[in-house]
Design a protein around this ligand. Structure first.
Ligand code: WTA
Length: 736
């Protein structure tokens, strides 16, 4: 083994590339203008919007328009003229969404929503033509049949996602900031322009190609949220490989399982991560993981810290090798339905599901939701604080903002490091306009008091977003009142890894349309929710609750589960034939607004992290002293849900319960991740089971929620005395 010590330049300091100040600078012509090379010139959606606004306002906004700043006024004028003929009423809707000019008199936000659902093909065709740059135009808008699990959008079309996220913006605004990397070390943020990010992406793309990564391969990325991780994702997209980002908090075993399932031969990681001031030994975790991954042939190791790490024959020093690569990398022409990425998420069995997202539909949906749910405009700084290891980081940290030519913040730290003012200090420093975070962090911060917020200037904020779990009214109010000073709409956004992007959110809607605290409220364009009753029938009225389904396909939805289409069918398509079943329950209010009531399956949500109770049980059961276990979620003040484990020990086990609890926590963090560790472990003689041997979790949930009056029908229990024992044991546990 040799020790590696290379410059941490790419990760820790300014980017290596020459940073020129204008498009005509010497560095500029070296950039490949793939759009024109491919014969397709497509304006970004924002350009179209600006054009339409200009046609109404007779260029009054030109003086401060971004295209002027970027020196693009000429192209703006040329394109604006034909649009002046539009009438004013149409322009209001058209200024909001330029494509609507072709929607035959549709007006207003709700008119657009109705059109997007009733004329879904026309809607998505127009949006896809406007907002994506195609190498070859698509020939069919969709070919979907939910009952057969067949989902295809924009077939016949060819495009490259990295070109859509980078080149077309480099073409028009090379020096606009693409990424603001808020490093763990407060006050040391680093900005990357579109030009720099394209260069970095091209270097990684060439590096991967040189090392044999081909179209159709899957590269696993195990990195903290940082520019090189983004460049790695985009580099995969550039050369036609799929990526599989694994959250850097996952253990070696969890990582190995995902690498094996994805059949990756290449892994990208860093020597060490740093989060909340603590060092995370990511390279060591990869070393352990790849021992049980025979497919892995090479591991690229970037340097996030200065500490050298042991390198094996399979490891490659990433930055060193990147420096040898060209900054031009030919993008692969990808079919709309080629895989863009896999992302593993938990389901109700122990085995995580590798959800498959494809190129055009996913990108379009991420871009459109980013633009409209958050009312994102050119020049805004978008602050999504999710880790890139989750779908939120993919869609709103990377793909949505970059497809829109936006400036996106990559947050590497925690909400309370070095103190509970971290988010708001960052908002002030980076002048963040849209802040998108998780309710668990909001609940945590509100406990520290308003002064940590009020210390900082938040006047840049325009929209606040919430995602990942229900936001309780107290947290919502605090977010709205204290953080947003009652100025900023709070958008509670409901969606899932499976949906690719936001499906239900209070916006887009008219700017004065009401927002009800703690409600996701309104379906996004193209989304048609349906509630199902216990017999599988559609509930038609309002003021009703049921299983939340989506009644028609949309471009952002996952296409399948990697290597397991049968599971995809069973989980999402078969429960309510012809509908996509979300696994969540929802309430539709008298006014027709949606409120998510929580999961209907054995999936829990700990601090916004989705985890299957079966996964935790599988880990707990691997302890030699354990006979069996049942894990359930319970309401937790900060985390949303906590983990409660009921554990039956094998006979004659002679270990202190405290020792066993420590052992079990150790096993769970080793097998899965720290966040999955039980908050409480109750050792019991037996679990309540039906006569057919099924654990009655419903009863356990009631015990933990102290809701003993509604334990329900216990007559199907094999041995009702088990419940009394558990209630007694639970009382003793709480009194300790
Ligand atoms: C839950 C995260 C209530 C829900 C984007 C869903 C929510 C699961 C909300 C998906 C919300 C997400 N209100 N619950 N606004 N957003 N959820 O795949 O149970 O990590 O099914 O995607 O989180 O979690 P995932």
């Amino acid at each position: 083994m040799k020790k590696q010590k290379v410059s941490a330049h790419l990760l820790c300091n300014r980017p290596l590339t020459h940073h020129s100040s204008s498009p005509s600078s010497p560095g500029f012509p070296s950039f490949p203008l793939h759009l024109s090379r491919a014969g397709v010139i497509s304006q970004t959606a924002e350009q179209c919007e600006l054009l339409l606004k200009c046609s109404v306002n007779v260029f009054q906004s030109l003086s401060d328009g971004m295209w002027l700043r970027c020196g693009c006024a000429a192209s703006l004028r040329v394109l604006a003229s034909p649009l002046r003929v539009l009438g004013l009423r149409r322009c209001n809707t058209a200024a909001f969404m330029p494509e609507s000019a072709g929607f035959g008199g549709v007006s207003g936000r709700s008119g657009l929503q109705e059109f997007s659902v009733s004329s879904s093909e026309s809607f998505w065709a127009a949006v896809a033509r406007h907002r994506l740059s195609w190498i070859r135009p698509f020939t069919a808008v969709q070919d979907c049949d939910l009952s057969r699990g067949r989902i295809r959008w924009f077939e016949g079309g060819k495009l490259n996602v990295s070109v859509n996220c980078l080149d077309r913006h480099v073409h028009t605004c090379p020096d606009r900031v693409a990424l603001m990397w808020e490093r763990d070390e407060k006050g040391s943020e680093v900005r990357y322009t579109y030009r720099e990010l394209l260069e970095m992406t091209c270097r990684v793309g060439n590096l991967l190609r040189r090392h044999g990564v081909k179209k159709g391969d899957c590269v696993t990325i195990y990195m903290p949220t940082c520019p090189l991780a983004v460049a790695s994702m985009l580099a995969c997209a550039r050369i036609g490989a799929a990526h599989n980002v694994v959250f850097a908090g996952f253990s070696a075993e969890a990582l190995a399982e995902r690498i094996r399932d994805a059949q990756s031969s290449t892994v990208i990681t860093v020597n060490q991560g740093i989060r909340g001031g603590k060092i995370l030994e990511l390279k060591k975790t990869v070393d352990t993981a790849v021992q049980s991954c025979p497919t892995v042939q090479q591991v690229f190791v970037a340097m996030r810290t200065d500490s050298p790490v042991a390198m094996t024959a399979r490891d490659i020093a990433m930055e060193e090798e990147m420096l040898k690569e060209d900054v031009v990398c030919e993008p692969a022409a990808m079919n709309s339905e080629d895989t863009l990425f896999l992302l593993y998420t938990s389901g109700s069995t122990g085995k995580p599901k590798g959800l498959v997202h494809t190129q055009a539909g996913y990108l379009l949906y991420a871009a459109l939701t980013h633009r409209y749910v958050f009312n994102y405009h050119d020049g805004d700084v978008f602050g999504c604080v999710a880790d890139i290891g989750w779908i939120t980081g993919h869609s709103y940290g990377v793909y949505g903002p970059l497809a829109n030519g936006g400036t996106t913040v990559l947050f590497e730290s925690t909400p309370i490091y070095p103190d509970p003012g971290r988010y708001w200090d960052m908002v002030e420093r980076l002048q963040i306009n849209q802040f998108y975070g998780a309710p668990t962090a909001i609940r945590l911060l509100l406990k520290f008091g308003d002064e940590w917020v009020n210390k900082y200037d938040r006047s840049s904020l325009k929209t606040l977003g919430s995602v990942g779990e229900p936001i309780n009214t107290e947290a919502w109010e605090w977010y709205y009142r204290v953080v947003g000073e009652e100025r900023c709409p709070v958008v509670d956004t409901w969606w899932q890894t499976e949906t690719g992007g936001i499906c239900i959110a209070p916006r887009p809607s008219d700017s004065d349309a009401e927002i009800v605290p703690g409600m996701a409220m309104r379906p996004f364009f193209g989304i048609k929710p349906a509630l199902m009753d216990t017999e599988g029938k559609v509930i038609s009225g309002n003021d009703a609750s049921g299983a939340l389904c989506l009644a028609q396909p949309w471009p952002g939805m996952a296409r399948t589960i990697h290597n397991d289409h049968q599971r995809f069918m069973e989980t999402y398509c078969q429960p309510y034939p012809g509908y996509f079943f979300t696994g969540d329950g929802a309430y539709r209010s008298v006014e027709g607004y949606y409120q998510i009531t929580g999961r209907l399956d054995d999936v829990i949500n700990v601090s916004g992290h989705r985890i299957g109770t079966a996964e935790i049980e599988d880990a707990v059961n691997q302890c030699p002293a354990v006979a069996e276990s049942a894990v359930i979620g319970y309401s937790h003040d900060i985390k949303g849900q906590g983990v409660f484990a009921f554990v039956v020990l094998k006979k004659n086990v002679d270990v202190e319960e405290a020792d066993l609890s420590r052992q079990l926590n150790g096993i769970v963090s080793e097998k899965i991740a720290k966040y999955a560790c039980p908050d409480f472990i109750q050792f019991v003689q037996r679990l309540p089971k039906t006569r057919s041997g099924k654990i009655m979790r419903r009863v356990l949930r009631k015990v933990v929620e102290l809701d003993l009056d509604s334990l329900g029908d216990l007559s199907t229990l094999d041995d009702p005395a088990a419940v009394q024992e558990i209630i007694q044991g639970h009382r003793e546990l709480l009194s300790k």
